[in-house]
Design a protein around this ligand. Structure first.
Ligand code: AMP
Length: 424
């Protein structure tokens, strides 16, 4: 419940009219520390509800402090890499803050600056901006940042990718040293971690699993297979030239070891990371994988937590996790930084129940690939059979998350030719 997060009534009313009934995980974890004025490092991407996670506490603190911005000044600055995001964030502040009567300004390049200059002149409670235009306006003295109390750096990784780091640093230099700072990034490459270290103080770190939006970008398939055939199937799958960089997930450390040994014997270059390996052995495996010397990494969920490697083309679930969240976390690793990837999941008879839980969580059916040499028709039938737990409403819905991504994308469905069970 939003009311349990300590939000004031005008915000709760606005959320109700937005149709939000419950906070998302990042909202649950970020809103309380932000209301207390803490700094925050948010590892999260669009679609997780991160905008509301920072906009709500910011609006509340503004409403409670009742300070007025001076001419051309701003109390809150949100920096974001693109014009589309700036507009979206501005709209979110407008929607959530509709009962608070605060002043907003949104500035971005590619359009005439006069209306923006006019909007800034009287001062803004919240200023949302892209870096280049903001810096222009600062140099022309149309805006000043020395009164900023809260600074949000949104999509820091994209900011760096787009070459905005110098502009961002120049803008940060204009801010007061004493301020609340929030940094959001979908990924944590070293450059972003370094930036975070340099601008955050005593910060809270909140990391959330990739959203349904990410899941929709990943091409998913499930392969029904007898447990005893899994290793042979894995060898087959890795022969595919399309597999550039793959992570193979197993449920246990022991399983990871056995899979890695099996692959090694068949001449596949493979590294393994799991809790039983020494730190240096893990580092070595990771370094080899990052550098491209090792194409396949075998990992358990725990060992893979926090590792961030670009360019993963395939996630192979040798075992299906019994926690649906782990599935989302695993496959999200192949859809980093806008790239699309493939997630192949092996499913034996005992794992059908996990598959159903996953489909319920991601709200889509995972297309079945029955064209592989170890296809187990009996397990496919087990999966298609109606089960006691699956009432008509319990089946996976074939629509994207309701009220979810906001980007109008639809879920990817199975391709023709790949058997999928009839709709539940
Ligand atoms: P964001 O990750 O901030 O881009 O938000 C993604 C989408 O989720 C936006 O369309 C928001 O309007 C929506 N949203 C954010 N929080 C919630 C919530 N608690 N309940 C329902 N929808 C939400």
């Amino acid at each position: 419940m939003f009311s349990e997060l300590g939000l004031i009534e005008p915000l709760l009313r606005a959320l109700a009219s937005e149709g939000y009934t419950a906070p998302t995980p990042i909202q649950v974890r970020a809103i309380p520390p932000l209301l207390r004025g803490r700094d925050l490092l948010g590892v999260a991407q669009t679609g997780t509800g991160k905008t509301a996670a920072f906009a709500l506490p910011i609006l509340q603190r503004l409403a409670e402090a009742r300070r007025r911005p001076g001419p051309r000044a701003a109390l809150v600055l949100v920096l974001t890499p693109t014009r589309e995001l700036a507009i979206q964030i501005g709209d979110s502040f407008a929607a959530y803050g509709r009962h608070l009567g605060l002043k907003r300004a949104v500035v971005y390049g590619g359009v005439g600056q006069n209306p923006q200059v006019a909007a800034l002149a009287g001062g803004s409670d919240v200023l949302v901006a892209t870096p280049g235009r903001l810096l222009d306006l600062i140099h022309q003295r149309h805006v000043r940042l020395d009164g900023v109390q809260t600074f949000v750096l949104d999509e820091a990784d994209r900011m760096l990718d787009m070459g905005f780091i110098r502009d961002v640093r120049a803008i940060i230099a204009e801010l007061p040293v004493r301020r609340q700072t929030l940094l959001f990034s979908a990924t944590m490459p070293a450059a972003v971690a370094g930036l975070a270290e340099s601008i955050l103080r005593d910060f809270e770190r909140v990391e959330v699993t990739p959203s349904a939006t990410t899941v929709e970008r990943v091409e998913q398939r499930v392969l029904f297979v007898e447990r005893g055939d899994k290793r042979m199937l894995l060898t087959e799958l890795l022969k595919d030239r399309a597999v550039g960089r793959a992570i193979v997930f197993t449920r246990t450390k022991h399983g990871a070891n056995r899979v890695a040994e099996h692959l090694e014997k068949r001449g596949v270059s493979v590294g393994a990371i799991h809790g039983n390996k020494s730190q240096s052995a893990r580092q070595q495996a990771l370094a080899g994988f990052r550098a491209g010397r090792v194409r396949t990494l075998v990992a358990t969920d725990i060992a893979a937590r926090g590792i961030d490697i670009e360019g993963i083309t395939h996630i192979i679930n040798f075992d299906l996790p019994n926690e649906p969240e782990s599935y989302v976390h695993r496959i999200g690793r192949t859809a980093r930084a806008g790239a699309d990837g493939v997630a192949l999941s092996m499913c034996d008879a005992d794992e059908v129940v996990h598959l159903r839980a996953i489909e319920k969580t991601i709200r889509q059916a995972v297309p079945v690939d029955d064209a592989h040499p170890y296809h187990a028709a009996a397990i496919a039938r087990l999966y298609s059979a109606p089960s006691a737990q699956r009432g008509p409403s319990a089946g996976p819905r074939r629509s994207p998350r309701a009220g979810g991504s906001g980007n109008g994308k639809v879920a990817r469905h199975s391709r023709p030719g790949h058997g999928r069970r009839p709709a539940a």
